[in-house]
Write a protein that binds this ligand. Structure first.
Ligand code: SF4
Length: 173
C-alpha cells in the first residue's frame, strides 16, 4: 500500500484533533474529485512498518481524539488488506481513541456481502470503525456548509449504533 500524506494534527476530518492517513488508490473517479492524483495506487510513498510506528506514536498524545482514514480509497481491496492490520493494532493499543474512515463506496450496498468492495477483510475493518463517511463525491450536490463531507449524498454514519440497530443510523443529520 502507498500513502500520500500522514497528518499528525488534523482538525478537519472528524471530531477533535486527529491523526489522518491519506492512502493511495481509488477507482471511483468521481467527477470534480479534489485530489485525482491519489487515484494512482503508487502515489506518494510506500506504507511500511515505520509508517505504522509513526501513526502509533502520533496517536499516543492526550490531545489526539483518534485516527481518520482518507484517500484515495481506504476500502479498495488492496488497501483493506493493509488497513485492517493497522486498525486491529490501534484498537488494541488505544481502546479509548475513536476511528473514522471515509469511503467513496456506499456502506450498505458496496461493503456488505455480495457488494462490489466486500472482501474477507471488510467486516473486521468495519468492526473497528466508529464513524464512516460514505458515498462518492457528487459535484452537482456539492455543499460547502456540510460538516465533514463534500456533497449532500454523502452520509456520516454511526457504525456502532448501525450495527446494534441493524440499519443505517446517522452520526450527523
Ligand atoms: S472517492 Fe474520493 S478520492 Fe476517489 S474519486 Fe471520489 S472524491 Fe476522489
Amino acid at each position: 500500500m502507498y500513502y500520500g500524506t500522514l497528518k499528525t494534527y488534523d482538525i478537519a476530518d472528524g471530531e477533535g484533533v486527529r491523526v489522518t492517513l491519506f492512502v493511495s488508490g481509488c477507482t471511483n473517479a468521481c467527477p470534480g474529485c479534489f485530489q485525482p492524483e491519489t487515484w494512482d495506487f503508487h502515489y506518494g510513498q510506500e506504507y511500511t512498518e515505520e509508517t505504522e510506528k509513526q501513526i502509533l506514536e502520533a496517536l499516543d498524545k492526550e490531545y489526539i481524539q483518534g485516527l481518520t482514514l482518507l484517500g484515495g480509497e481506504p476500502f479498495e481491496p488492496a488497501n483493506q488488506k493493509e488497513l485492517v492490520k493497522l486498525l486491529r493494532k490501534v484498537r488494541r493499543v488505544f481502546p479509548d481513541k475513536d476511528i473514522w474512515s471515509y469511503t467513496g463506496f456506499v456502506y450498505d450496498r458496496d461493503l456488505v456481502k455480495g457488494g462490489k468492495r466486500y472482501t474477507e477483510d471488510t467486516d473486521e475493518m468495519l468492526s473497528y470503525i466508529d464513524v464512516l463517511v460514505d458515498g462518492p463525491f457528487r459535484q452537482e450536490l456539492r455543499n460547502i456548509s456540510l460538516k465533514f463531507r463534500g456533497s449532500e449524498n454523502q452520509r456520516v454514519i454511526d457504525l456502532k449504533k448501525s450495527r446494534e440497530a441493524g440499519r443505517v443510523v446517522l452520526y450527523l443529520d
